[in-house]
Ligand binder design. Structure first.
Ligand code: PEP
Ligand code: MN
Length: 368
């Protein structure tokens, strides 16, 4: 997938020293007291770079608290004046953009539901033309990398170069331990496609509960993500939205303190030497894997020709079940993850079927 983003590094618009960017604050601005008290406690931790609070809330059902609206912008502005913390909020319409900018909001973010809708993203992008403000774009609710990239491109084409992505996980039908499945591979793919793009992780919306936040936050740093956005409320138990996933400013400070910051590279030559050795071994094994797969496919082709010539169907379910069963037992004995093994075998199997289909549908070379 081709991408074309013209962006400037995160460090050029926010200085966090050697540490990851930390954005924290309540899910929603509820009252002036709640915003100010939370902001002061967060600022006093010395571990927060930006204050967040939702002013307009995208709710699934009507009748729920849909955000305090424009008045909350003044509370945020006051919090910024009193604490010195830059402020950020979600915008979903051109009017939100205008109002947020007029109130001095320093960073805007586009929410997951908006990212999923190109009309909405384009409306926001048009409202941003000629404005120099950092914009963070959450992944769409559905696991669609193109939509995420497309939203980044729309905003970038409007002239926004201070751009970042927020990885907040993806909605799924299956019930899992997470509110939104992290699907790390999608965030990693985005990072690989646009290496300069800062990716900030949102453990609060991934987890949906307080308990898993430290684990996801650490994993995000281990994946070389540049920052975290974590919901923090002065009294989470009475929060008007997302009560289960918010943490007190004190708990937030503890989470940040306990994180281990790792570096993408090391300056230690001994470490680099050893790493280079491991990588050489990996390269050799990868080459072997490719060669073995190629040999396997050659046999698959032979089987395909044989089945075609004898008029036998490609898919034989019992054989496939047997393969999965036997191989995953072996894999488990060799300490390979079962889910990984099954996924890998399925991939190989699908490719084998594709190959055999090709063969079935080409006529055998006519005998002389
Ligand atoms: C939020 O950050 O409060 C929010 C609504 O997030 P998302 O768009 O990720 O659901
Ligand atoms: Mn929230």
């Amino acid at each position: 997938m081709k991408q074309t983003l013209d962006i400037v590094p995160l460090k050029s618009w926010i200085d966090t020293g050697d540490l990851p960017l930390v954005i924290a604050g309540p899910c929603s601005a509820e009252t002036e007291e709640q915003v100010l008290a939370t902001a002061h406690l967060l600022a006093n931790t010395g571990k927060v770079n930006v204050l967040r609070a939702g002013i307009w809330k995208p709710r699934t059902r009507p009748g729920e608290f849909e955000g305090i609206g424009s008045v909350g912008l003044q509370w945020l502005r006051k919090a910024k004046e009193e604490t010195g913390l830059p402020i950020t909020t979600e915008v979903a319409t051109a009017k939100h953009v205008e109002e947020a900018l007029a109130a001095g909001v320093d960073i805007l973010w586009i929410g997951a539901r908006s990212t999923a809708n190109p009309f909405t993203v384009q409306e926001i992008a048009d409202a941003l033309k000629g404005v120099d403000v950092p914009v963070l774009i959450k992944n769409p609710v559905n696991p669609d990398l193109s939509l995420w990239l497309g939203a980044l491109e729309r905003v970038n084409r409007a002239g926004i170069k201070k751009l970042g992505a927020i990885h907040r996980g993806f909605s799924s039908y299956e019930k899992t331990a997470f509110r939104n499945e992290p699907m790390w591979d999608l965030a990693i793919q985005l990072k690989t496609m646009v290496p300069d793009l800062p990716v900030i992780n949102d453990p609060s919306h991934i987890c949906g509960n307080r308990e898993l936040i430290p684990y996801i936050a650490q994993k995000a740093l281990d994946m070389d993500m540049q920052g975290l956005i974590i919901e923090s409320h002065i009294d989470p138990s009475v929060a008007w939205t997302d009560a289960k996933q918010q943490v007190t400013p004190q708990a937030l400070a503890e989470i940040i303190t306990n994180l281990v910051a790792r570096h993408a590279e090391s300056n230690d030559p001994v470490f680099e030497d050893k790493l280079a050795g491991f990588r050489k071994d990996i390269d050799k094994l990868d080459d072997q894997i490719i060669k073995i797969l190629s040999d396997r496919m050659k046999i698959v082709e032979k089987i395909g020709e044989y089945k075609r010539d004898n008029n036998v169907t490609i898919l034989q379910v019992s054989r496939w079940d047997e393969i999965i069963q036997k191989r995953s037992n072996v894999a488990q004995a060799l300490k390979l993850d079962k889910e990984f093994t099954v996924k890998m075998l399925e991939l190989i199997h699908n490719e084998s079927i594709r190959k055999q289909n090709e063969i079935m549908n080409t006529k055998p070379v006519a005998e002389a």
